[in-house]
Design a protein around this ligand. Structure first.
Ligand code: SF4
Ligand code: SF4
Length: 276
């Protein structure tokens, strides 16, 4: 069976784990960074999850490559699978497999590593296509009507209604393959308590949580309605503007795991109907 049921945490989080050390220091100097240098094969990715990793590559890669993310990605081989769909030219992978019957596969080769796997297992494949040269990430996001819709809806009662039922728990961000907000923390050596000599760690954060936008003397978004609005605005307005793609790959994890049963698609449908 090639399909996997929706996982709670998406495979994209292999590259952006819940907590990771981004630098270590010893004797007042930066020590060699702890990065995940182990080779990994992420096997059986759905095209949704593959798309999310491709998008995170861009987010963590530009304008400056995030070193920790970059090292883990560089040491990983992505093998995606589908039963019905072929990959598109704007998706990057090492190997994509589609089952055709009799346990044979059509293989789309996306990298040298992918070619090596095909060469070493040629009896498994009925044909392979090398699409490395055709890989073209899309550069332009189609005209985004949602920017106007969301701008016009900022005062709408929908945000108050959502705030009445939302717990502000952040689960929708933690399970989302396209959410990448984080907090950082410096940890100093405490004998018997901390393991590192001194290090900086980053951990997941969510724009839905109460103190996300709080600084020493001010909170930029104390109201939950505004934090909910910001979640939509970032995914569907600011990300398309900045990166050329939205912050959603339609995996539905946020809908499945929201304890308040909030379905963001219904909110977007309501807004599109009213302001579109
Ligand atoms: S998972 Fe649901 S309840 Fe929790 S912050 Fe997100 S929308 Fe609100
Ligand atoms: S459906 Fe929800 S969890 Fe999945 S990518 Fe879109 S916003 Fe994220």
């Amino acid at each position: 069976m090639l399909h996997y049921p929706i996982t709670t945490l998406p495979p994209a989080k292999y590259f952006f784990p819940a907590r990771q050390t981004i630098l270590e220091f010893k004797n007042n100097r930066e020590a060699e960074k702890e990065s995940d240098k182990k080779n990994k094969v992420i096997f059986g990715l759905s095209l949704f999850d593959l798309k999310a990793i491709n998008r995170l590559d861009k987010i963590f890669g530009e304008p400056t490559q995030d070193e920790v993310y970059g090292v883990t990605r560089k040491n990983s081989i992505l093998i995606s699978m589908s039963e019905d769909f072929d990959p598109k030219n704007d998706q990057a992978f090492d190997l994509h497999l589609r089952k055709t019957g009799d346990n044979k596969y059509i293989a789309w080769v996306g990298s040298k590593q992918g070619q090596k796997i095909v060469d070493a297992n040629s009896d498994l494949f009925i044909k392979s296509k090398d699409i490395r040269k055709k890989y073209k990430p899309s550069k332009k996001y189609p005209k985004n009507k949602r920017a106007e819709i969301l701008a016009n809806s900022k005062g709408d009662k929908i945000w108050d209604k959502l705030a009445e039922i939302c717990f502000g728990c952040g689960i929708c961000s933690y399970v989302c393959p396209m959410c990448y907000c984080f907090d950082t923390e410096d940890i100093v050596k405490i004998e018997g308590i901390t393991k590192c000599e001194g290090c900086r760690q980053r951990s997941w954060d969510s724009c839905m949580t109460a103190d996300f936008a709080a600084i020493s003397s001010h909170d930029f978004r104390p109201e939950l309605r505004d934090r909910i609005y910001n979640w939509y605005h970032h995914k569907f307005v600011r990300m398309p503007k900045e990166y050329g793609f939205s912050g959603c790959v339609s995996c539905k994890r946020c809908i499945t795991y929201c304890p308040a049963k909030i379905n963001f698609r219904e909110t977007l449908d309501y807004l599109e109907e009213k302001y579109g």
